[in-house]
Design a protein around this ligand. Structure first.
Ligand code: SF4
Length: 413
């Protein structure tokens, strides 16, 4: 593999994104400290729009989990959670976040001067992604003695039938009385519609950002996407997220028009399936750039596109559909067909499957899918063993060897 480290092209809008994320955390901090607004904790694909319509400031523990990963604090904090019975084999977002709470240590202190994460008045989950989120929130429910409510979504869904949608719409509606009680605000259908419309516009803009990478050369990489998805995750339903993505889309469209790629002399285009290795984002970005390889698309970043939010008259049906149509909720046939489409749309040459030890839910290599897709598409792939947050489960040397082997195999082809 080439030692010639290519420069990573910095996205200029990054400063605006950091400023927006800073505002978001400062508002949460202020609300928790002064009681100026109620704070709700929500799972990353939970009913954030509904919460915002009641005026809640919405905090996402999974986003904090990712910050614990990127800051590399996770491995030091996880043992504290293990010591109180949370297994090293379960979600390392959960164990690093619980460890952070037990150790009273958060990357938000260094980044934004916050002493702690904002304390919750309400905890709201959706099990559409995994059971871990409910167990995670249940820990805090016991710690803070605040109400915990949620939506129970079955997984492994093929066709999203009317019965499933009806059940989930009803579950969304059933959250309202507790949200009213905790917020002291009456449900307002117009306010919900406004929030959902904004979230929908944000989704379309975020999709535009990701689709820009279909261009050759691609103006952004998967690693850029993992950073710039922040507002789409934590501020959907807030018009500031839309404004940010308009800026980013304009910058990326300019890059495409000027033929500027995120990676110099892009020669190969890869797909990343599964979670990022948060503590290794920069290293991975540099490694691929040095080899004229651009990781142009991923399942992960595309998981925050919720097009159904804007396509149904009944907002509860729209939420039910949007948060169940997701890749992670679906069966193997759906996932295979989704990946086939992505490989074609982005002109993929090779695939990286990340088998994240503590997240089977986001690891799609374990039931023969890479082999089946290889047979069909002749697209070479590698499976790297690692983890989203627990770097003790990731071997740098082994991963580099595998990345190198994939690049070399394609260069020789
Ligand atoms: S999907 Fe995976 S990473 Fe996300 S909360 Fe569940 S177990 Fe953790």
């Amino acid at each position: 593999m080439s030692d010639d480290k290519k420069k990573i092209k910095k996205i200029k809008s990054t400063g605006a994104m950091r400023q927006l994320m800073g505002e978001y955390f400062m508002e949460l901090d202020e609300a928790a400290k002064t009681g100026s607004a109620k704070v709700a904790w929500c799972t990353s694909v939970g009913p954030a729009e509904l919460l915002r319509s009641f005026g809640f400031k919405v905090y996402f523990p999974e986003n904090h989990g990712a910050l614990l990963g990127t800051s590399r604090l996770a491995a030091d904090l996880i043992p504290a959670a293990n010591a109180i019975g949370y297994s090293p084999d379960i979600c390392s977002y959960l164990t690093s976040d619980v460890g952070s709470y037990l150790n009273k240590k958060t990357p938000l202190t260094r980044a934004f001067g916050m002493e702690t994460v904002p304390k919750p008045d309400l905890l709201v989950y959706n099990t559409n992604q995994c059971r871990d989120v409910k167990d995670w929130f249940a820990f805090y429910q016991r710690e803070f003695s605040v109400p915990m409510i949620g939506i129970e979504t079955n997984r492994n869904i093929g066709e999203l039938t009317g019965d499933i949608v009806k059940d989930l719409s009803g579950q969304h509606r059933a959250l309202i009385p507790v949200m009213e009680e905790v917020s002291g605000v009456k449900f307002d259908a117009d306010r919900l519609k406004e929030t959902m419309d904004s979230s929908y516009r944000c989704t379309l803009l975020w999709k535009k950002v990701l689709r820009a990478a279909a261009a050759r050369p691609a103006p952004l990489t998967f690693f850029d996407g993992t950073i710039h998805m922040g507002p789409a995750v934590v501020l959907r339903g807030d018009v500031r997220a839309e404004a940010y993505y308009e800026t980013l889309v304009a910058e990326l469209e300019q890059r495409v028009a000027d033929g500027v790629g995120a990676v110099d002399d892009e020669a190969l285009r890869f797909y990343w399936d599964g979670m990022p290795v948060w503590g290794k984002l920069r290293g991975h970005a540099e490694l691929f750039a040095a080899n004229k390889t651009c990781v142009v698309a991923s399942t992960y970043c595309n998981s925050w596109i919720f097009e159904d939010l804007g396509t149904w008259d009944d907002p509860f049906e729209a939420m039910a559909r949007a948060y169940t149509e997701l890749f992670i909720v679906r069966d193997e046939d759906f996932k295979e067909s989704y990946l086939r489409g992505m490989f074609k749309d982005y002109g993929i040459n090779g695939v990286i499957y990340h088998d994240a030890k503590t997240c089977p839910n986001n690891s799609n290599n374990r039931y023969g899918m890479p082999q089946r897709l290889l047979e069909e598409h002749k697209l070479p792939y590698v499976v790297i063993n690692g983890d989203l947050n627990d770097l003790r489960l990731y071997s740098e040397e082994q991963a580099i060897t595998q990345f190198e082997a994939l690049v070399e195999q394609l260069q020789e082809a």
